[in-house]
Design a protein around this ligand. Structure first.
Ligand code: ATP
Ligand code: MG
Length: 261
């Protein structure tokens, strides 16, 4: 739950502070790891460069992401502490619309965190959560001990993993396992953004609700229409558009009379 009672609604950074509050309470509830706070700050810095709203190129990335998940045989959504703290209901709804189960997959794994995240997702309406039953745990090769556990019914068996806010090594490991990887990551230069098949350069807080709207439209398409539409997108070009958007915005600001954003 967010405890945003101290933040006045007319504060110029109300949305950002409310989100920050969700991350901090998430840490107190053991949902978010300490390093999750640092990752959040890194994301916020890139969100300033976007102007804290969704640009047109990001909508295209979101369409590409939804199409790729819809086109998969066995998609899965990998959830970590930050995702569970920031947008549990939207993540659960997105999974339901796309018919993709949720798997808890943590960089910093502990039974206490696993249970706290599970509770957060169940409270948000999730029916089944993969990743925690030792009977179904498998390991990803080449990754150190606890970080490599995956569910044999989930990530291990999937052809497409939606893994927002993920670390670069694990993204690379998933690619080596021939998974199609779809991510949301505000940093277009992170190893995750550069390695994933589809990278959405946007704040997850805005991206998932927008992807839900897109999914509601695209679930009406036939398989052939999906495949035809998919041909129109190119991840590298879209990432270049993200870099261009950020740099052009900075250039425009740096030459404007008044530095007001
Ligand atoms: P990489 O390992 O991919 O090179 P990194 O080590 O800098 O990246 P990680 O902590 O491994 O970062 O991954 C978390 C990523 O999530 C970061 O790139 C960060 O910018 C991004 N991020 C954090 N908060 C958000 C958010 N709310 N929405 C979208 N992206 C976010
Ligand atoms: Mg990393």
């Amino acid at each position: 739950m967010m405890s945003n009672h101290e933040i006045p609604k007319d504060h110029p950074r109300y949305v950002s502070l409310t989100i920050r509050d969700a991350i901090i309470s998430g840490m107190h509830q053991k949902v978010v790891a300490e390093a999750g706070l640092i990752a959040h700050g890194r994301g916020e810095a890139f969100d300033y460069l976007l102007g804290e709203k969704t640009p047109d190129f990001a909508i295209k990335q979101e369409e590409y992401a939804v199409l790729s998940i819809l086109n998969a045989e066995k998609p899965i959504i990998s959830v970590n502490g930050n995702v569970a703290a920031l947008c549990p209901e939207d993540t659960v709804n997105f999974g339901k619309i796309l018919n993709a189960p949720l798997e808890i997959n943590l960089f910093y794994r502990s039974p206490e965190r696993e249970q706290a995240i599970k509770k957060k997702l169940i409270d948000a309406g999730a029916d089944q959560i993969l990743g925690l039953d030792p009977e179904y745990q498998e390991t990803i090769p080449e990754i150190s001990h606890l970080r490599r556990i995956v569910d044999s019914r989930g990530i291990a068996a999937s052809d497409c993993v939606f893994v927002p806010l993920e670390d670069g090594d694990r993204t690379q490991a998933l690619r080596r396992m021939n998974k199609s990887v779809v991510t949301v990551d505000l940093n277009p230069l992170s190893r995750t953004s550069l390695t994933a098949n589809v990278s959405v350069t946007n704040n997850i807080i805005r991206a998932i609700p927008e992807m839900i709207t897109i999914a509601e439209e695209f679930t009406q398409l036939s398989k052939d229409q999906l495949i035809e539409k998919l041909k129109k997108y190119n991840n590298e070009n879209l990432l270049k558009n993200a870099l261009k958007f950020m740099s052009e915005r900075l250039m425009a600001l740096s030459s404007s009379d008044k530095l007001i954003i």
